[in-house]
Design a protein around this ligand. Sequence first.
Ligand SMILES: Nc1nc2c(ncn2[C@@H]2O[C@H](COP(=O)(O)OP(=O)(O)OP(=O)(O)O)[C@@H](O)[C@H]2O)c(=O)[nH]1
Ligand SMILES: [Mg+2]
Length: 328
Amino acid sequence: MPANLTPAYFAAEERFRSAPTNEEKILALEEMLAVMPKHKGTDGLRADLRRKLSSLKEAATQQKKSGGHVDIFHVPRSGAGQVVLLGMPNTGKSSILAALTKAKVVVADFPFATQVPVPGMVRYEDIQIQLVDMPPITSDYSAPGQVGTYRNGDIIGVVIDLSQDIEEQCLVLLDFLESRRLLLDEKTPALDSAGNALGKKAVCLCTRADLVPEGTFELARQSFDKPIEYLKLSTQTGAGLDKLGELLFRQLNIIRIYAKPPGKPADTKDPFTLPAGATVQDLAVTIHRELAQKLKSARIWGTGVYDGQSVHLTHVLHDRDTVELHFA
Ligand SMILES: Nc1nc2c(ncn2[C@@H]2O[C@H](COP(=O)(O)OP(=O)(O)OP(=O)(O)O)[C@@H](O)[C@H]2O)c(=O)[nH]1
Ligand SMILES: [Mg+2]
């Protein structure tokens, strides 16, 4: 019986073949299994793929257990969200970190100055957002494992140098993003059919605005042609840099909540951050998973409530609410 495999299957198979890491191979295999038509003609192939998948997963678990292998492209998340930069060589990625964070990055007027990811923290009002400097990519090179860093983050910060060939940068960057299914869009969901991370939000940071005529930024927007936010900046003059924190905060779609122990003042310095739409119950789980089961009631100061109002545990929180949790 013919297998009648679909274009979606062949696309996933192609990704499997070209995947540089086991993590990417696992994702591609899961996709192949998910999109494969289910009938007698595919039984053999399905069993074969399942065997491959389980041996890859086993290898990944062993690698983790042995602890011998340190993946430099795995950047542990920190702060309110993780934004990973993507760009061609010498386009100003490290300069953005140098300008906004205390991270020790190499800024240099030659390509491939950055060879490994370097995280730094950007302050926005009372929270910190993690920005990750990355090695560059070119039309025919990206470091093995680099895709994993983007897949693990919350947002991809696409960097385009306005003073270089914009069309070429857009071609290379979009090809990288689309061939790896990294960009969240109508065709690429945030999670694949097996529940693994797939598409990511992106923002576009356009550097060297100090060197180009008016209108170049607009050209970059048109050339990249994705419905995302674009920011024009210069790490030399500082123009635009002050807008980055707010832009990232908005794109992360998070809220800040100040916890107030009963009978004591609220902690107004170090808010908890939660996804927009989070409830009182979600806050309790974030603070303490086990204690959350004993949550009895809550009082709120903030949006849409009167000061100190008692609310239900399903009450949806707003940015900058202060919450007092009462446990049994
Ligand atoms: N005029 C101007 N120069 C900039 C700007 N941003 C970066 N530069 C310069 O561009 C050069 C490259 O900057 P880097 O930040 O090292 O570039 P990169 O993208 O990290 O480079 P790789 O590590 O090779 O990927 C440096 O000489 C910077 O001083 C900018 O906005 N305006
Ligand atoms: Mg660099």
